[in-house]
Design a protein. Sequence first.
Length: 248
Amino acid sequence: MSEVLNKLKQNYLTATQLALSQLQSSSANNIVDPEFEKKHELIMNTKNSNYKMLSLVQKLIHQMNECADAERDLSHFLGKKGHRPKLQKTLDVVGRVMEITASERNDQLTALGALKEDCDDLAEGGILDFCQDAEQAETARVAYAESLAYMKKTTENTQSIVREHKSNFDELQQRLENLETLTNLREKVLIGFAKAYIQSQIAFYEKNHVLTGSISNALLEHEHQSSGEESSVIAKLSNTSSEGSSKK
């Protein structure tokens, strides 16, 4: 019986550990990975856009510095005292500087236009997607928190049920052990009672056998002693019976 109880207990513990491992594995699953991966991708896109904007701004600063240097050279050349160059040479220099300035201005306008497009794309697309993704992430976080709370409550209920079943199982095991003890005690009592009963019956029949032998011997002795008197007794009994018949 103890082997059966140990086997039942082992099966019960195995089932309990399996249920707990399934609960732990289900609680360890990350249910909001897609939302956070999307958020991470959006952040990386925003970071790349920021690097692109920074590169454009640096290019614009470099172009403006070159334009300022050219303008300073022109101012220095035109304001220089002493020998004046010919008008044609001066006009060529001025035209070259103006051409450089115009080209730089066009590059600046192009860079500023690209920067404006990037800002518009970031404002209309990236930031809007980021807001939507943030809302989805918040919704997923709330759902995940609710799921964790529900799983925690379910786990607590499961643990409570497991503890209750374990208590009932321990109580049942104790009762079965007590029953086994009582059964063994009853078996011992019945064996002792059977032995005592058999011994008493043997003693009883032995006494009856001795008594029967004594009675048999006594009857034989009496038979020998009263063999002469038997005939007279029979005669008296016969007379008595005949007298009774005549009276009737």
